[in-house]
Design a protein around this ligand. Structure first.
Ligand code: HSE
Length: 428
């Protein structure tokens, strides 16, 4: 028997699937115990169909999704269109039609995952999405399978290749944010609207999905605080280096005494931290757990073949489950009620960059403000004074989100101080 699949979309990732099916036929057939055939491919319009046919792609291209959804021979639908609509409607209809679904769509899963997983359960079909987080790193199945005996306490991740490429250029070569963005766009990493990548939104979507697999909790996207890299200045980069850190956009999910906290923010990483050497477009997920201890999973977060490898692994898994008649099982079976961390429990060291009058008493005033919130200084540096204004850099000892909020409000109210940036600092 041959298992037939329908592809929704034939962009970069989708066109990598035939490569693997062809180049790795023997192993795939052994694992799947069936042949896998791409039966139909949905494209936008006739123009795209003609362009793909002219480029030598000999698939049965269709422009109406019903030709796939109403085809009883197609058992698996692979959605690679991205974004929310029409992907959400097509996936919902496929699940309702009793078809198994593979997708790499993190935006959709982060925002509507519960609804779609509910539909899959209701109809006894599979919904797999290994490629949705860090495309080529097999992190979700690793969490579901290999971490089943372990308890994860913290997940730190470099989860966005575009912003990591930009940060690497800003740190290693002193590029400005604007120069780095322009090159990322020229190289095709960043979209023409790069908002999701540079503002931490894409990484926050991935943090939502990782929270489910690592902690069993479905956190709302709105509960993942996210701050991007667009406000990082060359001064921040230089001072980080001077103090022995590297700045990266880091997703941080941890379980505190009161519950789960998830955020994405520029973070000062000690140079010796394994995540500090994750450069360019590469991604990594660093985990702390009570059994394994510290472990890191590193690899390409995007790209044709890496992402197609994850998508194809999901397809093979479904085909095998069809064989074994175990196909209704959820991709992730770890589930607990969501409890969010209290801001008092979310603690970190912080970096403050403050412009203040260069005059007697300024430092005392600052010390009083921080002292009133019981925040202790770890390092202080005064830089770039023009005689009137100076830039003061403070790295604190561990403090809570509540203290951060309070001291930030006090600095704003004091008038004399301009808070340029606050970033999290990962302790040694
Ligand atoms: N735009 C993402 C990145 C890739 O730059 O990492 C897909 O998630």
């Amino acid at each position: 028997m041959t298992v037939k699949i329908g592809l929704l979309g034939f962009g970069t990732v989708a066109s990598g699937i035939p490569f693997l099916l062809k180049e790795n036929t023997e192993k795939i057939q052994q694992a799947a115990q069936e042949e896998i055939e791409i039966a139909k491919v949905l494209v936008r319009d006739d123009a795209e169909k003609e362009r793909l046919e002219a480029a030598g792609h000999a698939y049965h291209f269709v422009t109406n999704v019903d030709e796939i959804l109403a085809d009883d021979e197609i058992q698996i639908v692979v959605e690679l269109m991205g974004r929310i609509e029409p992907a959400k409607t097509f996936i919902s209809r496929a699940l309702e039609a009793g078809k198994h679904v593979v997708t790499a769509n993190k935006d959709l899963l982060a925002v509507h995952g519960s609804e779609l997983r509910g539909l899959a359960t209701k109809h006894g079909v599979a919904l797999y999405y290994e490629a949705a987080v860090a495309g080529g790193i097999p992190i979700l199945r690793t969490l579901s399978n290999s971490f089943v005996s372990d308890k994860v306490t913290r997940v730190l991740g470099v989860l966005n290749g575009t912003s990591n490429f930009m940060m690497t250029k800003m740190v290693d070569e002193g590029w400005t944010y604007e120069e780095a963005l322009k090159t990322a766009q020229e190289l095709g990493y960043a979209e023409s609207d790069p908002t999701n990548d540079v503002e931490g939104i894409d990484a926050a979507y991935k943090a939502v999905i990782l929270s489910q697999f690592a902690f069993g909790m479905t956190i709302d996207f709105d509960n993942v605080e996210h701050k991007g890299i667009s406000k990082i200045s060359p001064d921040d980069v230089a001072v980080a280096q001077e103090l022995g850190y590297v700045i990266k956009l880091v997703g941080d999910i941890r379980e505190t005494a009161s519950g789960l906290s998830a955020e994405v923010s520029p973070t000062f990483l000690p140079k010796a931290h394994p995540l500090a050497s994750v450069n360019g477009v590469m991604n990594a997920v660093f985990m702390e757990s009570i059994g394994i201890g510290q472990s890191m999973y590193y690899g390409p977060g995007a790209g044709q073949k890496p992402t197609a490898a994850s998508v194809t692994a999901d397809i093979i898994r479904i085909v095998r489950r069809l064989q074994d008649q175990t196909v209704g099982k959820a991709f992730n079976e770890f589930s607990r009620p969501l409890q969010l961390a209290a801001p008092d429990d979310v603690r970190s060291e912080y970096y403050f960059s403050i412009v203040a009058p260069d005059k007697t008493g300024t430092l005392l005033q600052l010390a009083e403000m921080f002292n009133a919130e019981e925040i202790s200084f770890k390092q202080i540096l005064q830089q770039a004074s023009d005689g009137k204004q100076a830039r003061l850099v403070i790295v604190t000892h561990s403090m809570s989100k509540t203290q951060l909020e309070n001291v930030t409000a006090k600095l704003a109210a004091a008038g004399d101080f301009t808070l340029q940036n606050t970033f999290k600092v990962l302790g040694e």
